[in-house]
Write a protein that binds this ligand. Structure first.
Ligand code: FAD
Ligand code: DLZ
Ligand code: SF4
Length: 510
């Protein structure tokens, strides 16, 4: 009897576990565009178009390779609206007993699918360590330091290793990742892919069904096939990777990508293989075409951070989603959706997020994330925003980055201290402050950079907790040395600024 192979929208890999187990002659692949997945957060229009266009192109490739396919479109009148509903419809139509699916990347769906009779979930073979392997690594460790995990992953995969030693002599070249590009440096433009007829149909569907969702749908130039994603990969390796290491932490007005890869969206949906990408980056270094700080820095992000955050997600779900260690309850400000703020750094980050469904890591962490941390915004609302606005956002990777890394809401599972920074950090790493209504050098008063007083207000609000944290101790002592008048001034500036924020309301999950 035929089996049903359920393939999710971010499982577009020819070698994925469920397809590898299946037989094209007998089994039927089920793919479905459903309202539940399109609506559980208010996804950016570009993200919706990217997922549906990539799904439809992948379905065509499977058909061409001889697979029998059952594909439900979003506008199919019979569409049940959910993946579980689509399994039920397929079952009724096809007389199948057994269903195979590769494990989804979100707890909610895993629970729903695990409850479907006859459905077997297979481990996702696109990752380099599975949740059980991560659990074993974490067992008995007092702190789950990414650096030690990363070194173990280097040994396990043999990436950037010379015998049992790290290639180049050091495990980590982070100290060489903090430059800012000299004035006049031109980053390579991203390759742009012309939408074909399939993508145009999806663009029309998204405009029609999701007219009020956040984000610009046009111009749409993302890759939606494996071949185009590979072209984007090769472009990155040749043109941006050589300077990725030097300028990894830099930010520039009007330059959303700089020397970053812009490849997470393709890896996360299954069009690019992470291990293959790391091997190619290593080969560029071994061939002498890129420096070690670039190759190592890039590989660390994928082999280290990407695998590590997934491990944290599965280790701590479902409780992780509700974590709020700093008891932050402020609503999300409206400018996260509208970009209407005088803070030039926040405005640029939100504007380019709206245009491209992309912002690079330091903007996510040190601008929008840092602001949410300092202002005490409810972590769950911040999580919904990040899930919605980035084309690469899937819960297994977004949630630990938001709740753990950016907001310290997990109380220190992901990091030993919060990534909190005043305006000086943003000024050092960007050119935003020269074009801002606020003055980054001012500490107090209506013209002072809000990050400056919000930083100290944040430290003061959590003084007792941070006093117990070894790495925060010196900062708490600086606060304690301030006069009462100075502390009162920080409180007053912060209250004035925070009280004036307009909450987002409920339109987009705010
Ligand atoms: P590059 O900067 O060029 O890095 C190369 C690759 O390394 C990325 O493609 C990505 O696969 C991986 N990587 C780098 N940093 C991380 C990280 N911290 N965690 C996991 N993988 C990493 N990444 C996502 O893929 N999806 C998300 O939803 C997501 N949400 C985030 C939310 C917040 C608050 C923060 C601080 C970070 C988030 N990240 C997320 C991590 C990181 O910002 C993005 O992976 C990166 O910006 C994607 O752009 P890029 O492909 O140009 O990456
Ligand atoms: C992100 C997404 C969207 C927008 N739509 C669909 C869909 O219609 N059908 C589908 O199978 N998958 C979709 N996805 C991806 C899923 O949300 C993703 O598989 C889970 O969140 C697990 O990572
Ligand atoms: Fe951002 Fe402050 Fe600089 Fe303005 S002055 S761009 S608010 S860091």
């Amino acid at each position: 009897m035929a089996r049903l192979i359920l393939l999710l929208g971010d499982q577009l890999s020819a070698g994925i576990a469920a397809l590898a187990e299946a037989d094209p002659a007998d089994d039927v692949v089920l793919m479905a565009e459903v309202a539940e997945e399109a609506g559980y957060v208010p996804h950016h229009k570009k993200k919706l178009a990217f997922v549906f266009a990539a799904m439809r192109h992948f379905a065509e490739e499977l058909r061409a390779a001889g697979w029998q396919l059952r594909y439900t479109r979003l506008d199919d009148p019979e569409n049940s609206g959910s993946l579980v509903g689509e399994i039920a419809r397929a079952r009724a139509a096809l007389d199948v007993e057994e269903i195979l699916c590769t494990e989804p990347g979100v707890w909610r769906l895993r629970q729903a699918l695990a409850a479907v009779p006859g459905l077997t979930l297979l481990p996702d073979n696109r990752f380099l360590i599975d949740p059980a392997g991560f659990r074993a690594w974490a067992q008995g460790r007092h702190q789950l330091r990414m650096e030690y995990f990363y070194r173990d992953m280097r040994r396990r995969t043999r990436l950037l290793m010379d015998g049992d030693q790290p290639a180049g002599g050091e495990w980590n070249y982070d100290h060489d990742n903090r430059g800012t590009p000299p004035h006049g440096t031109t980053p390579p433009p991203l390759p742009a892919f012309e939408p074909d007829a399939i993508t145009h149909e999806v663009l029309r569907l998204v405009e029609q069904r999701f007219p009020d969702n956040f984000g610009d749908l046009q111009p749409f130039t993302l890759a939606v096939t494996r071949a185009d994603a590979e072209a984007a990969r090769d472009h990155f390796l040749a043109h941006a990777l050589p300077r990725f290491g030097d300028y990894q932490d830099a930010m520039r007005r009007g330059e959303p990508v700089l020397f970053h890869a812009h490849l997470a969206l393709y890896m996360n949906i299954g069009l690019l293989d992470p291990l293959d990408l790391c091997r190619r980056a290593e080969a560029e270094w071994r061939a002498g075409r890129v420096p070690i700080n670039s190759a190592e820095g890039f590989i660390r992000q994928i082999l280290g951070w990407r695998e590590y955050v997934r491990g944290i997600y599965w280790l701590h779900m479902p409780h992780y989603a509700d974590a709020n260690a700093l008891e932050a309850h402020r609503p999300l400000p409206d400018f996260y959706w509208t970009a209407e703020t005088d803070m030039a750094c926040m405005r640029d980050a939100v504007e380019q997020t709206r245009a491209h469904a992309y912002a690079h890591h330091i903007q996510r962490l040190m601008v929008t994330g840092n602001f949410a941390l300092l202002a005490g915004i409810d972590p769950y609302l911040v999580h919904v925003w990040y899930m919605a606005v980035y084309a690469d956002a899937y819960e297994w990777v977004e949630m630990p980055n938001t709740i753990g890394m950016a907001l310290f809401a997990d109380g220190g599972i992901m990091g030993s201290k919060p990534y909190a920074a005043s305006g000086a950090y943003i000024d050092r790493m960007s050119d935003y402050c020269t074009d801002c209504r606020y003055r980054v050098k001012l500490k107090a008063g209506p013209d002072a950079c809000p990050f400056n007083y919000l930083y100290w207000d944040f430290i003061a609000r959590h003084r007792d907790r941070f006093a117990r944290n070894q790495r925060m101790g010196p900062i708490v002592r600086n606060l304690d040395r301030m006069s009462d008048d100075r502390k009162a001034e920080i409180r007053a500036d912060s209250a004035r600024f925070l009280d004036a924020l307009v909450p987002a309301g409920s339109r987009w999950g705010g």
